[in-house]
Design a protein. Sequence first.
Length: 488
Amino acid sequence: MKKYKSLLLLTLCASLTCSQAVSASAVIPPIPVESAAESTENTGPGASAAGSTGTSAPDSSSGTGTSAPGSSADGGTTGSGDSAGPGASQTGSASGQTESVGPGASVSGSQSGAGAGTVVSTVEAPQIQSEGTALLDASTGKLLYGKNENTQFYPASITKMMTALLVAENCSLDEVVTFSETATTNLESGAVTLSLTAGDQLTVEDCLYALLLKSANEVANGLAEHVAGSVENFAAMMNARAKELGCQNTNFVNPNGLNNENHKTTPYDMALIMKAAMENPTVQKIDSTLSHKIGATKNNPSGRTVTMGHKMFYSTDSRYYEGIIGGKTGYTSKAGNTLVTAAERNGVRLIAVVMKSSSTHYTDTKALLDYGFENYSALTNGSGPGNYWEQSDGNWYFVKADGTRAAGEWMTIDGTEYWFDADGTMAVGWRQDTAGDWYYFRSSGAMAKDYWVQTGENWYYLGSDGAMVKNAYTPDGYYVNESGVWVR
């Protein structure tokens, strides 16, 4: 289906003509308008709809009305004038077959439709500049979007999410870490530190704050030695834990992510690690704290306050992202910028990973998260806390998987295309998009395709993409003019 633009709502009465209709918020159609009910909708060519009560087409030899162009309808046409909602089964497609619209409906003429729908994505992928990305649904582990998601990159300090997870799983927060000469000196030039020296002591809790907020590299070394006796032993634990989480392309050689040609992972593997880290209450709490006061050390006898380095946490920053619950920055000369981020909205938790970025790591992360939250229902095939029809005051609405109502958007549900107006109401009747194309939505909400519709005394044909055909011959050989009207 072509890329649709937003539709403009018609709020016109059936009795108005084009010259009489005046509305500042409505686009006047190039055709006589009709009511929202399907009372004037008719079967298409070849359809048989005996016994229905809709308005018949002109120019037929039938004693009770005329059929649509090329139709063999006997004694009437479709369009009973009911207000069947999503789920109602009705006849009247161009082929004349029974049309079952909505979630699991098969009851003709009823207003069923309270069941769940299956949504197919018609959304565009996000525009990403970074070399590797992954967007993960944290509730299911499903990859919602990826770019080189299984390609190995240098992770830099996002490595520390795995370090924090292992420490939280193997230590008590009140344990004391004593820093060795090796831990505090085995660092490359320019590495971020907490200015610790051999013999300094901090609790595991303070270490975790220094690790995730300050990204202190010697703290990572000290935690590794505290848990496993050496950095090498801790790296083996990291790799074993990664395999347990389903990572297949990860090899860690240190706990901090400093440059090493053998220290690599992938965006997808890193998303799995971040997912597990956010499921650990200790890690998630620490990783969402904006500042923390670290205890006294030799170089900082009064202690030191560390602050969150991930800019999307700060509401005063232009990069702020509503719903963020965790994240970690990273940078080395080989890795470039890396970023892992967890965010949650309306019960939906997403993990975004960006690797090998020059300077677009924040904008790419925002694009990924926006894409996931805005299109969650389509991307997950309708799984989640919502994805069902509901009716209120005679109108039908569709609740998406994130729990919000569809509004101002197209959705494909159980193979049928619907438009939802800005207020969330399921569209019925004529709608025009911003490109000027006209569409017709039946009383069931289904977009008409390959379908004849009668409005007033005129007949119009909706093509295979749903758009009204103009200045052309229809597939059954009838000519419609520049206004879409069948020329007799």
